[in-house]
Write a protein that binds this ligand. Structure first.
Ligand code: ADP
Length: 481
């Protein structure tokens, strides 16, 4: 791998400020063509225990630093990431598949959490509470929860780490991270830069491992762990929540979605189509906020489908490092086969392929950006999280009915509303049972706002002041006479 700074390519686990080998290794391959990129030390549950011990030992000294001291280190980390953004983006594209421009966007987005929380930690104010008894004084102080453990997915291998680690570290917690085995290189490169920035040994630790359940047990059950935070599937999230329950760990869960995208007859159709393609095709549809069900008012349905078809046809599929490519491969063959099966099931149930619907000769992990019409709510494609470049369109006639259909899912992560009518837009945004609703845009995620879901899409928020609050304990202090 050609990098301006070759030290960013790390292949060992990072525990207590040391790079450690393991008995066996995990192969990391380019999903676009299967090229072997690196072999990474396959960490174990024992390594996870050592990482938790290191974080526990490092906690008192880190917690006792002033916010300004912690902020200074975090700002150096942020700057080093930005200085090495080209290398980090290249690593990300090679191991994950997304186009280089998207990878660069993720590096800047991921780094922005570090900068923002470095600033925010200086405002961890408590309160003085008007007392109920003149002889007593009441106040609250905010203290870091303690050791924080994180498990992150492969779809945003940089930003899903910084979104957790930055507020945790800024608050005065120490962290242990298990990144996805598909994309450990982006994660380990972050640790290399954290070390260069001066994060003390044990403050940030990383264990990559193929035995995720065994490592997950340590990270959720070790008595030294105060809080666990996860981004991934709802199915795995439920297992990890149950494990957290045994020790009453604090936890945050950022889980799956089934995002509706509602296009009213008063929408600006060009805006709606651009927003739809942005949310649907970014990262080849492999984001938890990708729209999964596109509801279009019957009076504008045909025009919308035609415009969507034309816009999706412009996408360039290929290797993420190639100039002009806008859609890369899916993460592995299993994902491609699942997506193809969802298309087949929809067609068998009466849907129509408007565009795509094929594997591609570029490689076994590619699937064509696809538009499908005639979809109904009972089809699998409308009920399961697609995680691929499929845009399934349905018709609706009535506002109340489409709200009911949009809400009729166990998920509650993101929803989209397209309407130029401000009263309707307000009404529908408020009626949707989702943690995040975007109106007349397909891209809404930012450091400064709370990201997270309701229902089976999760617990807690990342980003904004809410994301910081997740890592503090509010202590009530009562002083007697
Ligand atoms: P995805 O479909 O995005 O891979 P997963 O929920 O399977 O979603 O994976 C997200 C993260 O959870 C990855 O880091 C993966 O290794 C980890 N993981 C998967 N299964 C378990 C488990 N039983 N215990 C702990 N971590 C797990």
């Amino acid at each position: 791998m050609q990098l301006a700074k070759p030290e960013l390519l790390k292949t060992q686990n990072y525990i207590n400020g040391q790079w450690r080998d393991a008995a066996s290794s995990i192969e990391v391959r380019d999903p676009a063509n299967g090229t072997l990129l690196a072999e990474i030390a396959d960490g174990s549950a024992t390594d996870a225990g050592a990482a938790v011990a290191a974080a526990h030992t490092a906690l008192p000294a880190w917690r006792e630093k002033t916010a300004a001291e912690r902020a200074a280190v975090l700002k150096r980390w942020h700057q080093l990431i930005m200085d090495n953004a080209d290398d980090l983006a290249r690593i990300l594209t090679l191991e994950q598949g997304k186009p280089l421009a998207e990878a660069k966007g993720e590096i800047a987005y991921g780094a922005s959490y570090i900068e923002w929380y470095a600033e925010e930690c200086r405002r961890a104010y408590g309160q003085t509470i008007p007392t109920h008894n003149p002889a007593m004084r009441l106040q609250t102080i905010r203290q870091p929860v303690g050791v924080v453990t994180c498990i992150t997915p492969w779809n945003f291998p940089n930003a899903m780490i910084t979104r957790k680690a930055a507020p945790a570290l800024a608050a005065g917690c120490t962290v242990v991270i298990k990144p996805a085995s598909e994309t450990p290189l982006s994660a380990l490169a972050l640790c290399q830069l954290a070390e260069e920035a001066g994060l003390p040994a044990g403050t940030i630790n990383m264990v990559v491992g193929s035995d995720a359940p065994a490592i997950g047990r340590v990270l959720t059950e070790d008595e030294r762990v105060a809080k666990f935070t996860f981004t991934g599937s709802t199915a795995v999230g439920k297992i990890l929540m149950a494990q957290c329950a045994t020790g009453v760990k604090k936890m945050s869960m950022e889980l799956g979605g089934n995002a509706p995208f509602i296009v009213f007859d008063d929408a600006d159709l060009d805006t709606a189509v651009s927003a739809c393609v942005a949310t649907k095709m970014r990262n080849a549809g492999q984001t938890c906020v990708s729209t999964n069900r596109i509801y279009v008012h019957e009076s504008v349905h045909d025009e919308f489908v035609e415009k969507l078809r034309a816009k999706v046809a412009e996408l360039q599929v290929g290797h993420g490092t190639d100039e002009g490519v806008t859609v890369g491969p899916l993460i592995h063959r299993r994902a491609v086969e699942r997506v193809a099966q969802l298309v087949q099931d929809s067609v068998d149930a009466g849907a129509t392929i408007e565009l795509g619907g094929d594997f591609l000769p570029a490689g076994e992990n590619y699937y064509a950006p696809t538009v499908i019409s005639g979809v109904t709510d009972d089809m699998r494609i409308a009920q399961e999280e697609i995680f691929g470049p499929l845009a399934p369109v349905q018709k609706f006639t009535d506002e109340d009915d489409v709200i009911r259909r949009a809400n009729n899912t166990p998920y509650g992560l993101a929803a989209y509303v397209m309407s130029e009518n401000i009263r309707r837009a307000n009404r529908v945004v408020e009626a949707l049972e989702y943690g995040m609703v975007a109106c007349n845009t397909g891209v809404f995620s930012t450091t400064v706002a709370p990201f997270g879901g309701s229902k089976e899409s999760g617990i807690g928020r990342e980003g904004g002041v809410e994301g910081m609050a997740e890592f503090y304990e509010t202590k009530y202090c009562c002083f007697g006479a």
